[in-house]
Design a binder for this molecule. Structure first.
Ligand SMILES: [Zn+2]
Length: 119
C-alpha cells in the first residue's frame, strides 16, 4: 500500500532521521526493522522466562519452609544469596551442616540464631 504521505521520522534503532511514507513506520531501513524485530522477540523471551521464574518461586518457598534441613541450592534461594556465598559460609564454618555424603551437604535451617545481628 503506498500513499502520498511524507513524514520526517527518527529511526527507533539507529536514531537517523528519515522520510516515512506511512504513519506507523518506525525504522529507516529493512536492516533496522529486522534489528527491531529481533530485539522485540528477545524481550518477549526474557519476559516469558522472568514470569515463569516468578511463578515458580512461591511453590518452592512453601516447599522450603516445610523442611528443617536444606540443600545449598535451597538455602541460597531462601536467603536470597548465591550458592557460592553459602559454600563460602560452610567453608568458614559459619553455617551448621550435616555431611550426608562426601558430596551432599545439608544445612540446618535454624542457623539464623548463629548469625551476628548488626544494628
Ligand atoms: Zn535505522
Amino acid at each position: 500500500m503506498s500513499s502520498n504521505i511524507r513524514l520526517t521520522r527518527r529511526c527507533h534503532v539507529c536514531g537517523v532521521s528519515f522520510v516515512a511514507k506511512t504513519t506507523v513506520t518506525k525504522n529507516c531501513s529493512d536492516r533496522c526493522a529486522k534489528k527491531a524485530y529481533k530485539l522485540k522477540i528477545k524481550n518477549q523471551k526474557v519476559y516469558a522466562s522472568e514470569s515463569e521464574t516468578s511463578s515458580q518461586i512461591p511453590y518452592v518457598a512453601i516447599e522450603i519452609s516445610a523442611k528443617s534441613y536444606l540443600s545449598i541450592k535451597e538455602a541460597a534461594l531462601l536467603y536470597g544469596v548465591s550458592e557460592k556465598t553459602i559454600r563460602r559460609k560452610i567453608a568458614r564454618k559459619e553455617m551448621p551442616i550435616i555431611r550426608f555424603s562426601k558430596r551432599i551437604v545439608l544445612i540446618k535451617k535454624e542457623f539464623e540464631n548463629l548469625l551476628r545481628i548488626e544494628t
